[in-house]
Each structure stands twice: as structure tokens, then as C-alpha cells.
Design a binder for this molecule. Sequence first.
Ligand code: PLP
Length: 438
Amino acid sequence: MKNLDRREKLALFGGLKTIQKEFKRYNPIGAEEVQAAKEVIESGVLSQFLGAWHEDFYGGPKVREFERRCAEYFGVKHAVTFNSWTSGLVAAVGAIGIEPGDEVIVTPWTMSASATAIMHWNAIPVFADIDPETFNLDPGSVEANITPHTKAIMAVDIFGQSADIDALMAIAAKHGLKVISDTAQAPGALYKDKYAGTLAHVGGYSLNYHKHIHTGEGGILVTDDDEIAERSQLIRNHAEVVVGDKGVTNLSNMIGHNFRLGEIECAIGIEQLKKLSGFVLSRQTLAKRLTEGLLGLRGLRCPVVKADRNHVYYIYALVLDIAELGVERARIHAALQAEGVEVSDRYQNIHLLPMYQQKMAYGSRGFPWTSDICRRDVDYSKGICPVAEEMNDSSYLGFGMCSYDLSEGDVDLIVAAFRKVWSNLDMLQGGNSVAKEV
Ligand SMILES: Cc1ncc(COP(=O)(O)O)c(C=O)c1O
């Protein structure tokens, strides 16, 4: 055993912990949001939606102003707010005209709502694998999963970097499919010179409290398509009672909900939107510092940012080369955690959730998979997405950049913790890490 002083010795083995402080939690809500919310409360109009064909079908003044500002900011014809982006995704899938039993290709490396929005309409999620560098849908795997029943692709701009949207749109054009962009985690990210989320037929952002900007809960759908916008608004607000008076003749999926966002949230959203580019820029600056600090650590890959896009670092994702390191991820993870770096050692493989493994969703008889609307036996077994599975099982490490209000000094502490662990990798090799020390 090496003779190390307490600062050099891994905290996992009783050495001094590198990060002695708790990082400040990210809180983007400031005085402007407080004032905006106060004004709405004082006005007494906390919501102005009416579930009928009426001027107020579109909501109150703050809803409309926030939507107008979002459309302007993201450079799209329409922005439609929702009480969550899960609701927005449900509306998007319904609005593009998905039928029961239609197949929609989606990534397993995402939050579960990407696929449950498909399930909502009794359509069938089909999981394609991810690109090992960006964690986004691999266009080759998407193409390999297309069947005569495929109707759409759900692209997810995971962790803050756009999916390969040009390639996915080209596949969609070739096969007559629609593309939904789940850009929940990447508002403000650029693909070429356009905002991620705006390049698909329909896309949108989450406004839940984990994200760069938030309204507590909420979501924004964006589209240039008039019909998708109208159908989304209808699904948001009791479509079935509105279509008659509004003169809507395409009744497919015109089953409405109450997916409406309130005036207070939209007033807060207006202020948050003004700050988005500043928040994104500061996170990009910190991520650059982190990447520079980690440069040269063997067997560790920092986020790969493609030349035609940028990254807004909702999550700063790392990949370990286990063969080169000769150390299992679990040991590195435990050592980093002990030094005070809150890294996560897994993300999502949603195809492995019990719902898909047991094909049990609506009721107890396996609907929709056991019904006639499902025209083939869709495979959800482990092995269908080898890249996503390997990442989750053994090589991925993620740091939730967007959870903290980090200073440059905090980033330097994270770098120091990584460097300390890497200079003690030999202590983590083989056997039980604690036993090694004894
Ligand atoms: C990729 C992705 N899709 C969808 C959602 C759902 O968004 P919300 O929480 O606003 O419903 C999230 C939320 O974290 C997400 O990360």
C-alpha cells in the first residue's frame, strides 16, 4: 500500500474529502419573477381559460404574452404552453394524427414521458439505439427499426445537445413520417443556426423546476405548422366540446384534457425567458472549464459536442473506458462520491421498465400489445439497444450541471476530486475496494 498523507489518500479509504462544502442549488427565480407573480396575484386573474369556443379558449393575457414571446424567441410560428412538457408531448403525438397501433420510434435513453406520450394514444413505442458519442438517437438504428407501421420518430435532445435532426428529418421525408422533438432538456441549444426543438414538425421544452428556466411545472410546444398548433390547443383544452363550434372537421384525436398553464406561471415564464441565454452561456463557460480541467485523464471521455451544434449542459455526461482503466465503474463512482462529487452512475434504459418488459399498461390484459391494433410482436428484450444498455450498465457517469449554481472555484474542486481519484486508480483495481485498503 502506498504511504499517502490524508489529503492524497482517497476519502473512500479514510482520506480527506476534496469537496467539504455543499454546492449551492440552482435557483433561477429572482426579484423580477417575484414581482411578476405578485402582479398577477393582485390582479385576481390567476387563469382565464375557458373550455369552450370563445375568445378565452386561448387563455388569459399572460398565457398569450408568454406564447407570443416564446414564438418570437425560438423563431417559430406558434408556441403553445402546457401545464407540463409531458402534457405537451401527449398533445404533440395526438396532434400529428397518430392512430392506435401506429409505431413511433423513440430512444430508450430518455425520461419515460417521451414514450408514455406515445402510449397515451394507444400507439406502440419502438426503441432504437443511441449514438455512443451524443447519447441521442442513432439515425442508422432508426432506419433499421422502420416497419410498414411506423408513423413517427420521437427525437430527444438529451442532456442539452440536439439530436442529429437533419439526418432524422431526411429519414422521415424518405418514409413519409413525422418527427417530434423532445427538447425538454435543451432550451437555447443550437443546431446550426436554429434552436433545437424548432427543426422537427413539432417540438418543445420542459419548464419543470429542474431545468435551465422554469415555472415550477410547465411546458412549451413549438411548431411552424398551423394545423398541429390548432390541434395541440384543442387537445390542451377540452377539444371535444370546442370542435363543433370552431368548425373543426378532422375529429381524429380530438379528445381534450385540461393541460392548461396558469397566469402566474406564464408571468414567471416571461421573466425566465429573458434570462435564458445568460443562464445557458454561464453554464457553457463552466462546462468548458470543467472539460479543460479533466483533459488528459486517461480512459475518461468528456462530452462530445458535434461541430454543427452546441450544448447547454443540462447534464455533463462522461464515459469511462473500462478496459483502459482496468477499474469497474462502481469503484470510480464510489470514490468520486466519497470525494464529494455527486455523479450518477446511470441514466435511463426505459425499454427495460416493467411496463414494456411485461407488456402491461392499460388494464390487466396487455392492451395495446395483445390487441388487433398492434400488428406485430414488438421486441423490448434486453439486447435490442446494446449501446444504451452498455452505457447504463458499465461506462456512463453523469453530473447534473443544471442542479447547481456553481462558481469557477466549485468547478475547480470537482476537477481536483477527479484528478485525485485518477491518481489513485491503482487503489481501486480488482477485488473489493475497501478490502484492498485493509
Ligand atoms: C427528455 C424529457 N422528456 C420529457 C420530460 C417531461 O417534462 P415535464 O417534467 O415538464 O413533464 C422530461 C422531464 O424531465 C425530460 O427530461
